[in-house]
Design a protein around this ligand. Structure first.
Ligand SMILES: *Cc1c(COP(=O)(O)O)cnc(C)c1O
Length: 366
């Protein structure tokens, strides 16, 4: 018998040393009789619409075949909605997939990517995988992007900028005028990815208007997802909108067959059922506003969110607050010593969330 080595030791890229491996969470341990809610991933609480399920079932009958490489139906449905041509659409495996295509297409090893922090947890991972350097610019105290500081951080070595509006996890949007002023300061050859994963939930009229930005600045790519408002997180489909020359390059860096036919079909069916889906989005927004009013009543001073979550800037109380939610059967997303992000869900879950947060507030006030 040959002897078993103690450990595996193979050569891997040094860039990966700084990338934190994803640690899958254990399912929450819920006491018997307690209804638990997953409020940690900003998912849509409603199951797919019947028309979308039907489209998925139909597409499932053909999964012995590879997906269509040109993704024509998806591209043309999205293109029509945006008033652009099909070759300006960049489909991807979720918008995380699109963001990865963007990083792969723009960032050489050692180059810098500028973005606000705290923001989407995927940004440092994607930059790290590419061997790029993250330049994280602290958010202002109210959770908004500090675009002046971001503009000052741009150097000859900057290859990409992420803008997240509304920002995950803090909730506010980037203002349109501010965004335009930022773009005007930026070298025209630095690509700016505007990540609008939550834009359907926005009700702030001064928000960055990505269609306008994109029409005016050829170095903008707008990223959208079907995972949040459209409720298709499990299928992995999103897209970017870019100028044809940019889109052509971004489309090169997608792994072949990343967007399955089931996902493409469901996305197209969702665009067709948009009116029904928007009603659900309106319900989530109404719940968000109800929750924010109740939390304000309880003494919480939260910045208004434009997404499907609220942000508790709990600081040193973060772990304690997360534990209180956990004990009530609510799994949430804590960021150590910064705060807790909680997804808006169905009314029962939101009621419970407000109840826990209210009790916690009273307790820590004393
Ligand atoms: C959820 C999210 C995405 C995209 O998620 P996908 O499921 O990969 O489409 C992108 N950006 C932000 C800020 C998000 O929160």
């Amino acid at each position: 018998m040959s002897s078993q080595p103690e450990t595996a030791s193979v050569r891997t890229r040094r860039a990966l040393d700084g990338v934190v491996a994803y640690k899958p969470g254990r399912p929450p341990v819920v006491p018997e009789g307690v209804t638990s809610y997953k409020l940690s991933s900003n998912e849509n609480p409603y199951p797919p619409l019947p028309s979308v399920r039907e489209a998925i079932a139909e597409a499932a009958a053909h999964v012995n075949r590879y997906p269509g490489m040109d993704m024509y139906e998806l591209r043309s449905a999205v293109a029509k909605r945006w008033g652009v041509s099909e070759d300006q659409v960049v489909p991807g495996g979720g918008s995380s997939g699109v963001l990865n295509q963007i990083v792969s297409a723009t960032v050489e090893a050692g180059e810098e990517v500028v973005y606000a922090w705290r923001s989407f947890e995927m940004y440092p991972v994607l930059v790290g995988l590419a061997g790029g350097r993250s330049v994280q610019i602290p958010l202002r105290a109210n959770g908004t992007h500090d675009l002046d500081a971001m503009a000052r951080a741009i150097t000859d070595n900057t290859s990409l900028v992420f803008l997240c509006s509304p920002n995950n996890p803090t909730g506010p949007v980037i203002g349109h005028d501010e965004a335009v002023a930022f773009m005007e300061k930026l070298p025209a050859d630095v690509l700016v990815a505007v990540d609008e994963a939550y834009i359907e939930f926005n009700r702030d009229e001064s928000a960055l208007n990505s269609a306008e930005m994109f029409a005016r600045f050829p170095n903008v790519v707008v990223c959208r997802t079907f995972s949040k408002a459209y409720g298709l997180a499990g299928l992995r489909v999103g897209y970017g909108i870019a100028w044809p020359q940019v889109a052509e390059v971004l489309n090169k860096t997608r792994l072949p067959f990343t967007v399955t036919d089931v996902a493409q079909t469901a996305a197209v069916a969702s665009l067709q059922a948009e009116d029904e889906l928007i009603e659900r989005v309106d319900q989530v927004v109404a719940e968000r506003e109800r929750v924010e009013a109740a939390l304000a009543e309880a003494g919480w001073e939260l910045e208004p969110s434009q997404a499907n979550f609220v942000w508790f800037p709990a600081g040193r109380h973060t772990a304690e607050l997360a534990q209180a939610f956990d004990a009530a059967g609510l799994s949430v997303r804590p960021f150590a010593d910064e705060g807790v992000r909680v997804t808006i869900d169905v009314p029962e879950a939101n009621d419970l969330m407000v109840e826990v947060a209210t009790k916690f507030r009273r307790r820590t006030e004393r």
